[in-house]
Design a protein around this ligand. Structure first.
Ligand SMILES: C[S@@+](CC[C@H](N)C(=O)[O-])C[C@H]1O[C@@H](n2cnc3c(N)ncnc32)[C@H](O)[C@@H]1O
Length: 207
């Protein structure tokens, strides 16, 4: 069944409910990061959010879009808001210029002595495909914000094939209401981390 994209979702971007794996992802990683999550696997019912065009010259993302709380009331702290879905890929496939790519998971691979052999990074890019969470802006410079009101954090649930002897988890990167909750009508803003903006200013200096 074709999914209906929410109002404000760009027609050129594929609307997803479930992350799409790169062909280079291992069968195990596909299962972990790209299995569909049934409604019973969600931490709470999805609160009503809306993608809105920003038309405030004082907003640093003026002219772009953002994601807003339209539940008509504050959203309590710790509420699950949305999963960050997109194209799930290996580190080598990361598009370093992407505005929608984030690190989904890091796995430390050790040898039999316990020494670190390498760290595998799994990324998720919502440039060409994604859902509402791709519209979450960074709080820096946004009028009224002194700190983010939401956070990125992993969540997991038991896959249907999971047993006590062999537990199997599905994992998603998700956006959650921060420790002070989200005010009625407020934009949902996270921190992308200083690294994101540092990289930006280095790129701008090279132009
Ligand atoms: C994941 S997208 C966020 C959604 C984006 N506003 C849109 O309409 O598609 C990340 C991009 O949003 C913009 N952005 C987000 N937060 C910002 C901020 N605090 N200041 C300036 N630009 C911001 C930057 O262009 C950044 O590369």
């Amino acid at each position: 069944m074709a999914l209906t994209a929410p109002y404000g979702f760009p027609p050129g971007v594929q609307y997803l409910s479930t992350p799409v794996p790169s062909r280079l992802l291992s069968p195990q990683d596909r299962l972990t990061y790209c299995s569909p999550c049934p409604p019973s696997g969600l931490p709470n019912a999805p609160p009503k959010l809306s993608i809105r065009k920003i038309s405030d010259p004082g907003h640093p993302a003026n002219g772009q879009s953002g994601l807003f709380n339209v539940t008509g009331k504050p959203i309590p702290r710790g509420t699950w808001l949305r999963d960050y879905v997109g194209w799930v890929h290996t580190e080598d496939e990361a598009d370093l210029r992407s505005d929608y790519d984030l690190s989904l998971d890091r796995r430390v691979i050790r040898d039999e002595r316990g020494d670190v052999v390498r760290v595998d990074v799994i990324g998720i890019d919502a440039t060409k495909m994604g859902a509402e969470a791709r519209f979450v802006n960074d709080y820096r410079g946004v009028p009224g914000f002194v700190r983010p009101n939401a956070v990125f954090e992993l969540r997991e649930w038991d896959l249907p094939s999971s047993t006590k002897a062999e537990p199997k988890k599905g994992i998603r990167m998700a956006v959650w209401a921060g420790p002070h909750g989200i005010d009625k009508g407020a934009e949902i803003c996270v921190s992308y981390g200083r690294g994101f903006w540092q990289k930006r200013s280095e790129e701008a200096a090279q132009v």
